[in-house]
Design a binder for this molecule. Structure first.
Ligand SMILES: Cc1cc2nc3c(=O)[nH]c(=O)nc-3n(C[C@H](O)[C@H](O)[C@H](O)COP(=O)(O)OP(=O)(O)OC[C@H]3O[C@@H](n4cnc5c(N)ncnc54)[C@H](O)[C@@H]3O)c2cc1C
Length: 417
């Protein structure tokens, strides 16, 4: 028989954590032990569903480099995150898992993954640590409501009622709702008088209204230059890796930049990576001027472009695949150069919550003390992870933030228990 369900009394804990994702699990691990009663209430039938799909199942846990370099990767909220990140750094995070038997690899872009490339290995360690430290976990029990009493919180789930002096909300954002994070934390926050800012999908793919590269899905470009135009004016530039998909543009460069993009904007992309567009123009013009009977596509193959892409872009530019340099009119050459250095994509749609990696907006940072993660409005109430108005770039920055915030809240709670 289940003790929790048998008990007629209100079940009391020192700490209750709503949501068993990375932020909640980490907070539980670090606030448990020494006889403290810590409970995680998780809506889904198992914890860490989103963690399991991070980095395409490989889990990009964090990033290399000094922790102060992280601060510029959180869309102007680095200042808020500073205490959490400084208090529990990327090195601390890696060390935590290394001590528990996980080894890591860093890829060429500085992203850190478990060597096994299995997110499930990270989740297993977290769940094992919860068990070792005596954390109770109740899965399949969504929290329905929280009431703030003078001495603590009354928490009601679909199955039972609980009481705790300390309540940590780590319900995640609203992206990939099938993993459990469907925005419940915002309602809980509002019911406890916290302000919640408008939410929107972030780290999302971009869908152009006309997209001729569907057949090239899977081709990527490292460090491509992306320029953002609104009302015919350039408003921002970004450089990053781009991935062509069946229906649009993705890859870290697009995902990170997506928070700035609106439908009806125009993105101009240079596929000539590692080359200044003007340099390419001069070089290509000279080579085709001197090319004579050489085919235009032979000249193009001298540049670092995927072959299938080169063929497609020649066709899109209205140039016959058998055209020689001698027969290449100036106008067509200019079209080709433009297609390669500033291909225009009119943005029709940005990916919605079901395909955005994180959520922009959330529990307003003004209402939270960044040194403790405690609410400034309600003592004993903490918010950690993506439920807050924080969204990081791709590269391991979001998980690092979730773990660092979970750790900081736990540190504060145990110092007061
Ligand atoms: C496809 C994808 C790939 C990603 N890859 C990476 C990556 O490689 N590196 C990286 O740094 N970041 C990555 N992210 C982002 C990262 O996964 C999140 O930022 C991180 O999981 C946030 O952790 P969290 O604990 O705050 O929230 P979540 O992981 O969303 O966990 C919240 C938990 O709360 C539970 N919950 C919600 N409501 C309730 C309720 N009412 N009662 C009880 N429980 C509730 C949910 O079921 C869930 O288990 C990726 C995201 C996606 C979608």
């Amino acid at each position: 028989m289940d003790y929790f369900l048998m008990s007629k009394e209100l079940m009391k804990f020192d700490v209750i954590i709503v949501g068993g994702g990375p932020a909640g699990l980490f907070c539980a691990i670090h606030s448990a032990g020494e006889g403290k009663k810590v409970l995680i209430l998780e809506k889904k039938t198992s914890c860490g569903r989103k963690l399991l799909i991070t980095g395409s199942g490989q889990c990009n846990l964090t990033h290399e480099g000094g922790i102060s370099e992280f601060l510029s990767h959180y869309n102007n909220t680095g200042r808020f995150l500073r205490p959490a990140l400084m208090n529990f750094t990327n090195k601390d995070l890696v060390d935590f898992f290394v001590k528990l038997g996980v080894s890591f690899e860093t890829d060429k872009n500085g992203k850190i993954f478990p060597s096994t490339k299995k997110a499930s290995d990270i989740l297993s360690v977290l769940l094992r640590e919860c068990e070792v430290r005596g954390v109770s976990i109740r899965c399949g029990e969504p929290v329905l409501s929280v009431k703030n009493e003078e001495t603590g919180f009354n928490i009601e789930t679909t199955l039972a009622k609980y009481y705790s002096k300390n309540l940590v909300v780590s319900t995640g954002g609203a992206s990939y709702p099938q993993t459990g994070s469907s925005g419940d934390g915002y309602k809980i926050a509002e019911s406890l008088s916290q302000t919640v800012t408008e939410i929107a999908p972030a780290l999302a793919p971009v869908y152009p209204s006309s997209y001729p590269f569907g057949s090239l899905s899977g081709i990527s470009f490292n460090n491509a230059r992306i320029s953002l135009f609104r009302d015919n004016k350039k408003i921002a530039d970004h450089t990053g890796d781009i991935l062509l998909t069946h229906k649009g543009l993705s890859g870290p460069g697009i995902l990170d930049f997506s928070r700035n993009i609106l439908p009806v904007d125009v993105l101009k992309i240079s596929f000539m990576t590692g080359m200044n567009p003007e340099e390419f123009r001069k070089d290509f013009t000279q080579k085709t001027d001197l090319g004579g009977t050489k085919l235009v596509r032979t000249i193009l193959s001298e540049y670092p472009l995927p072959e299938r892409f080169a063929r497609e872009i020649i066709e899109i530019s209205g140039i016959s695949p058998d055209l020689t340099c001698a027969h290449l009119p100036k106008k067509e050459r200019n079209v080709l150069i433009k297609s390669l250095t500033e291909y225009p994509f009119e943005v029709c749609e940005i990916g919605k919550f079901n395909e955005a990696m994180v959520t922009r907006g959330g529990v307003a940072l003004e209402g939270i003390n960044p040194k403790t993660m405690e609410s400034k409005v309600v003592p004993g109430l903490y918010f950690v992870g993506e439920v807050l108005d924080i969204d990081g770039d791709t590269g391991g920055y979001n998980l690092q933030a979730a773990f660092s915030m979970g750790f900081l809240a736990a540190k504060t709670i145990i110092s007061r228990l």
